[in-house]
Design a binder for this molecule. Structure first.
Ligand code: MRU
Length: 363
């Protein structure tokens, strides 16, 4: 996607032993890139959310494993590097998926071949993610087309957190259908949940929609229910960090409440996700580990002052406790459909298996 006319991806190789990423902790106020050269650089970038979003976490972990092997590609080094990366963030299954994919390719090779092979595999993971997101966009576009009104009124879509191209390598998951619709001339407008506490909606989703010229309005997380009651939401699309084999969908905290409101108001509620986000080993969402992050993210808010300084201010009384669980699980019964790179299915074991029949043999 483009920022001010320049095409970008979120991550790309930038020379021997260098992987470049957009530093998302500086957006929307500064567009800055950061070079990752070591395992520690990659682990730090994931842990501190310089990069974030399930598919991008996976892509960065794949490159991080490769970078770890530049000087030492022994079996022991692979094990240590994979376990360091796996511990950076627990909820998005794309991380473990990407590490396993790279390990599967390099483990049978001689040590001297492993670094180059790992870099190639990380690149392949990125290319595949771009294609999968493009396909998700095309499938989701068909759903949006069905919502076009004869009056020509805009199609209002609500989204939570950032599941756009900044969360992936390009295009995004939940936002890909919206970009496709916009590019096709459909008048779409996006209600962007700000997504407390880290405000990925306000900072990142608004930034990337704006950069692409998509009409959008940032709303507080609690407004979606009222907008749905007023008929001002035609559909909701969210991304996911881990979907279970029976179609429960884990995503940024607050997603579940939007799904409940959508159900009560007959608003179609879709989750858009690539195959790397499906955890076939889990049936129910309650088994997913929910990341708990620093309470400071709740007690403090960061932003830019009118004078241009970027900083944090405290909004909670000293001494008040704060709890920061970063994800929640929306049960399949509240999900109208799952949009994947292979098409749209019911949120159920049978629905997912209809798109991924090869998993039936292993189920
Ligand atoms: O904590 P984050 O910013 O990594 O959370 C991101 C989300 O919750 C996204 O909705 C999810 O990863 C889907 S990304 C296409």
């Amino acid at each position: 996607m483009k920022i001010a006319g320049t095409p970008y991806r979120t991550i790309w190789p930038a020379g021997p032993g260098v992987v470049r990423v957009i530093d998302q902790s500086r957006l929307p106020f500064e567009l800055v890139t950061l070079d990752l050269k070591t395992l520690e650089d990659a682990a730090h970038a994931i842990r501190t959310m310089v990069v974030r979003g399930a598919p991008l976490i996976g892509a960065t972990a794949a490159y991080g494993l490769a970078l770890a092997l530049r000087m030492d590609a022994s079996d022991q080094r692979i094990e240590e590097a994979a376990s360091t990366l796996r511990a950076t963030r627990p909820t998005a299954v794309n991380l473990a998926w990407a590490l396993e994919r790279v390990r599967g390719v390099i483990s049978p090779l001689a040590a001297a071949q492993r670094y180059e092979a790992a870099i190639r595999e990380a690149g392949d993971i990125c290319e595949a993610d771009v294609e999968q997101c493009r396909s998700i966009g095309m499938h989701g576009l068909e759903i949006i087309r069905r919502l076009i009104k004869p009056s020509g009124r805009r199609v209002n879509i609500l989204t939570h957190c950032n599941a756009g191209w900044l969360a992936c390598v390009d295009w995004g998951t939940a936002l890909a259908p919206i970009y496709m619709a916009h590019n096709a001339g459909i008048p779409v407008h996006v209600w962007v949940d700000e997504t407390r506490p880290r405000n990925q909606g306000a900072s990142l989703t608004a930034f990337e929609l704006g950069a692409h010229g998509v009409a959008h309005t940032v709303i507080v997380d609690n407004l979606g229910g009222l907008l749905m009651q007023r008929g001002e939401v035609d559909m909701a699309i969210v991304g996911s960090d881990r979907a279970t084999a029976r179609g429960d969908v884990c995503n940024k905290v607050g997603t579940y409440l939007k799904a409940l409101a959508a159900k009560d108001n007959d608003v179609p509620f879709y989750a858009a996700l690539p195959v790397s986000t499906i955890d076939w080993s889990l049936e129910g969402g309650s088994d997913i580990e929910i990341e708990e992050r620093s309470a400071l993210e709740v007690t403090e808010v960061s932003g830019r002052t009118a004078a241009g300084a970027i900083g944090k201010v405290r909004i909670v009384p000293d001494g008040s406790a704060a709890l920061n669980l970063a994800f929640d699980v929306t049960p399949a019964r509240l999900v109208t459909g799952i949009i994947t790179e292979r098409g749209v299915c019911e949120a159920s074991r049978e629905g997912l298996l209809s798109l991924y029949p090869e998993r039936r043999l292993r189920a």
